[in-house]
Design a protein around this ligand. Structure first.
Ligand SMILES: [Fe+2]
Length: 386
């Protein structure tokens, strides 16, 4: 681990270090059983309260492809996907997340997953026939942080529609990119997911070492999942990738044309963290969906870790656009393996919103802050909103 004082300040205004400068004083034990070899985030199972409304949003508005459906469940995939689905919409009474699902490298990795979580004392359920259509032998767990995690290898292959340009819309979603999880103790979560084989690519901290968020990857992009500090366990968002920035602008234009601009929660913009272009939407149940494109390659073993100062108002948006409060405070419940919502535990560390937004918050564009105009001091001053 790199000490925060040993980081290197770059000309872009963030810090670099070789090892993530994050240490937990309350770690979950590291199992002696080896972790499963995770390839990538593969799909999310969402419980939705109005299946027709959700189908309309994800299929008719966002353009995901229906692989299979019935009166209870819709299975959707992105244009470049060759596995059965990237998103499952299941009709239910409480809007929530039933599974964050990862594909593993071999069938034997399911044995490793079961042993890893059994050693941690977690509830583990394995179904040879899978929990959903299109997926074979699967392990689902209630992980030590309360998240419903799934691992699978066997899957039905479907046609990869990447060459079917006749099916593309201007805002075409081409891949599932990542999950984002809300958890009270980010260093504890990071340590656990490092044990599971994830590597930190970027994080947000203050000068006292309080960690507000961290991005973690298996595939060689900025992340497969991220930890956002807050009351949890909850799901912050699920993200789909487009090819280019203009695809995201086309989604905004379409939502405007449909008189559904209220679906847009934040953006479009350019992230500081990840360097990606982004847009955040809310689905009919309030589940947050990010549209994301053009982050960077992270696959080398010595990929440098980027650390942002929580007071740098370009960390969440490179152009300094304010982050709306709902983005910090609202998130989706997650379910246990019986389908009941997991209790939400409050974050006790400082809140990113409190330290950066409004009258009590402090943020800067330039580090010395002396010539930042008053209207831009604090990234979301309510008095400055029309
Ligand atoms: Fe994201």
């Amino acid at each position: 681990m790199t000490h925060i004082d040993d980081r290197t300040l770059t000309s872009s205004g963030f810090y670099l270090s070789q090892e993530a400068p994050i240490q937990s004083d309350n770690p979950i034990p590291t199992p002696s059983s080896p972790a499963p070899d995770i390839l990538r985030c593969a799909y999310m199972e969402l419980v939705v309260t109005d299946l027709a409304a959700s189908r309309e949003f994800y299929v008719d508005v966002l353009g995901l492809t229906v692989t299979e459906e019935d009166d209870e469940v819709v299975y959707l995939r992105s244009l470049e996907e060759f596995i059965h689905h990237n998103l499952v919409l299941r009709k239910g009474s409480v809007a929530a997340v039933a599974a964050f699902s990862y594909r593993v490298r071999t069938p034997a990795d399911l044995d490793r997953a079961a042993a890893f979580y059994t050693e941690l004392g977690c509830r583990v359920e394995r179904r040879k026939e899978g929990f959903v259509k299109g997926i074979g032998d699967s392990v689902r767990v209630e992980d030590p942080l309360g998240f419903p995690y799934e691992f699978f290898y066997e899957v039905d292959h479907v046609e990869r529609l990447a060459w079917r340009y006749d099916l593309y819309t201007p805002g075409a979603l081409v891949r599932l990119d990542h999950f984002n999880q809300v958890t009270p103790d980010v260093p504890r979560a990071v340590r656990h997911y490092q044990d599971l084989g994830f590597r930190v690519t970027e994080d947000i901290q203050d000068s006292d070492g309080v960690v507000y968020a961290a991005w973690m990857r298996r595939k060689p992009t900025v992340h497969d999942t991220a930890m956002t500090g807050g009351d949890g366990p909850r799901m912050h968002h699920v993200a789909f990738a487009t090819h280019e920035k203009h695809n995201i602008l086309a989604i905004c234009d379409k939502l405007g044309a449909l008189r559904r601009s209220d679906v847009i929660e934040r953006g479009p913009g350019r992230h500081g963290v990840s360097n990606a272009f982004y847009l955040y939407l809310r689905d009919p149940d309030g589940h947050r969906v990010e549209i994301y494109t053009q982050d960077y390659y992270t696959g080398d073993p010595d990929n440098p870790v980027v650390t942002w100062d929580v007071h740098d108002n370009q960390r969440r948006d490179w152009w300094g656009t304010p982050v709306v409060p709902s983005w910090y405070t609202e998130a989706s419940l997650v379910l246990d393996l019986d389908g009941n919502p997991q209790p939400v535990v409050a974050r006790t560390d400082a809140s990113e919103m409190a330290v950066t937004i409004g009258a009590d918050g402090f943020s800067y564009t330039r580090r010395d802050n002396e010539d930042t105009p008053e209207r831009k001091q604090g990234e979301y001053k309510l008095g400055h909103q029309l």
